[in-house]
Design a protein around this ligand. Structure first.
Ligand code: ADP
Length: 469
């Protein structure tokens, strides 16, 4: 493994997750073992203390019923029966002086504690102590108890067996811990790999996409977990980006196309004039044609810029108090002549006045685009109706016609820049009118919608907050 790869491994999420899992598991196992260990030692100690106290009770009974000689003998017999290396008995005066004992060959180092005797006499309750005699590996549990009015029993029991049990427990604990840690590390690694594999798949796809393949998508496993949520979000984002990129590409193509045709026309006219014509009138006609084409081009570029700036919020609408009804009336009058020329009836149903806060220049443009389309796409004998209503702070402008209508497949796309329905290709237009109308409506905090049935006509509805309480 190279040093870079090794560095990546130690920094990897898989490694850190495994480390955390193993660490936490080991810590919990240690706590569990420690609690069990404390519990075990406490139980062993309690059992031993009960044993010793029980024996003191027996000694007291023997003393009460049979006298001191019998107690001395009882001590010898009991020590022999239990094993003289395991237990010893000493009988003491309250002064702490021993007057009898079992065989003490193994117990010489265990002295008589003056403090324990003082406590015993003061409290009247048996006193326990744990002693570690020099030269002996195991500890000894010692009990001082009053078994008669002036007789103290000191008895001790070796803790060797208990120590062996606890040592065995420690060994089992050590071995089990090593196995458990290895197991925890294995399980932790497996779980971390599973958790991280989704993220790796996403990273792989992202690398593929950076390589230029925008059509790739992150795999969704269907488990419905967080990684799936991330994958779905990323895919949705990629869908949007892909759509945007396609749109930008199409727009680029459209712009190039829309600029190319008039430029070709200007160039063609100039060439023909140079090659053939000589009279000043012909040069003038060519210049006038060129100016007209250029104006059209500049208009197109202006509209494009206006849409972009309005959508981006650079071009903010003015907030002037205006009369929307008057604006509509004005627009109606403006298109009356064009409608009449085409044999189309234009009718307006407007209130006296409708105040709202907005940009008159932009709104005029919006209304003009809608009316222009309605008249343009309605054949002779048709009708265009313009209406205006208002309720709860929202003005609703409707421009309805009995024209050609828009197909269901085209309807969702007519507000896109440069989009023109196939059937309209013969009619002059840029495909920008409705995009600008929507940008203006939205800049005013409103919206525009279209409903249409091919052959039956279309209805455009613009909702605008009036901003007037
Ligand atoms: P254009 O310059 O082509 O009119 P628009 O953005 O104004 O561009 O409109 C986009 C397309 O929507 C038009 O090409 C036309 O096909 C369709 N359209 C818009 N208004 C109407 C209408 N009132 N009736 C039928 N079709 C319409």
């Amino acid at each position: 493994m190279s040093s870079g790869m090794a560095g990546r491994f130690w920094n990897s999420l898989t490694f850190r997750l495994t480390l955390w899992y193993t660490g936490l598991f080991t810590l919990s196992a240690c706590i569990a073992f420690l609690l069990f260990y404390l519990f075990l030692t406490a139980v062993i100690r309690e059992r031993l203390d009960r044993d010793l106290a029980g024996q003191a009770g027996q000694f007291a009974a023997v003393l009460r019923e049979q006298g001191i000689r019998a107690v001395e003998e009882f001590a010898l017999i009991e020590a022999q029966a239990a094993g003289e290396k395991k237990v010893f008995y000493r009988l003491l005066y309250p002064t702490g002086e021993a007057f009898s004992s079992s065989n003490l060959a193994f117990w010489r180092q265990i002295g008589i504690s003056k403090t324990a005797i003082a406590r015993l006499l003061a409290e009247g309750k048996p006193v326990f102590a744990t002693v570690s005699p020099p030269n002996r590996p195991e500890q000894v549990r010692v009990l001082y108890a009053l078994i008669g009015p002036a007789v103290i029993l000191q008895t001790g029991q070796s803790l060797e067996e208990d120590s062996r049990l606890i040592a065995a427990f420690r060994r089992v604990f050590a071995v089990t811990m090593v196995l458990l840690i290895a197991l925890a590390a294995g399980v932790g690694w497996f779980m971390a790999r599973r958790a991280v594999s989704g993220v790796e798949a996403i990273a792989r796809t992202a690398r593929g996409i950076s390589g230029g393949n925008l059509a790739r998508r992150v795999p969704v496993t269907g488990r419905g977990d967080e990684i799936d949520g991330l994958a779905a979000t990323l895919n949705a984002m990629l869908d949007r980006i892909e759509k945007l990129v396609t749109e930008v590409r199409e727009m680029g193509d459209n712009i190039a196309h829309d600029l190319k045709s008039p430029l070709t026309r200007i160039r063609g006219a100039a060439e023909v004039t140079l090659l053939t014509a000589r009279s000043a009138a012909e040069y003038e006609a060519m210049a006038a044609g060129a100016i007209e084409e250029c104006d059209r081009l500049l208009g197109l570029i202006d509209t494009m810029l206006m849409i972009s700036r309005t959508e981006a919020g650079v071009e903010k609408p003015a907030r002037e108090r205006i009369d929307l009804a008057a604006l509509l009336r004005e627009a109606g009058e403006l298109f009356a002549a064009a409608a009449e020329d085409r044999g189309v009836t234009l009718e307006t149903r407007l209130p006296e006045a409708l105040a709202m806060d907005g940009d008159p220049r932009m709104l005029r443009r919006l209304l003009a685009n809608l009316l222009d389309n309605a008249v343009k796409y309605t054949p002779a004998g048709g009708r265009v109706s313009v209406g205006l209503t208002a309720r709860e702070g929202v003005a609703e402008v409707t421009v309805a016609d009995t024209g050609s209508g828009i197909g269901a497949a085209d309807l969702p796309r007519i507000f896109e820049r440069f989009y023109r329905c196939d059937q309209s290709r013969s009619v002059a237009g840029t495909g920008l009118g409705l995009s600008l109308a929507r940008a203006i409506a939205r800049a005013h905090g409103g919206e525009i919608a279209a409903a249409s049935r091919p052959g039956a006509g279309s209805r455009f509805t613009v909702t605008l907050p009036t901003g007037v309480g």
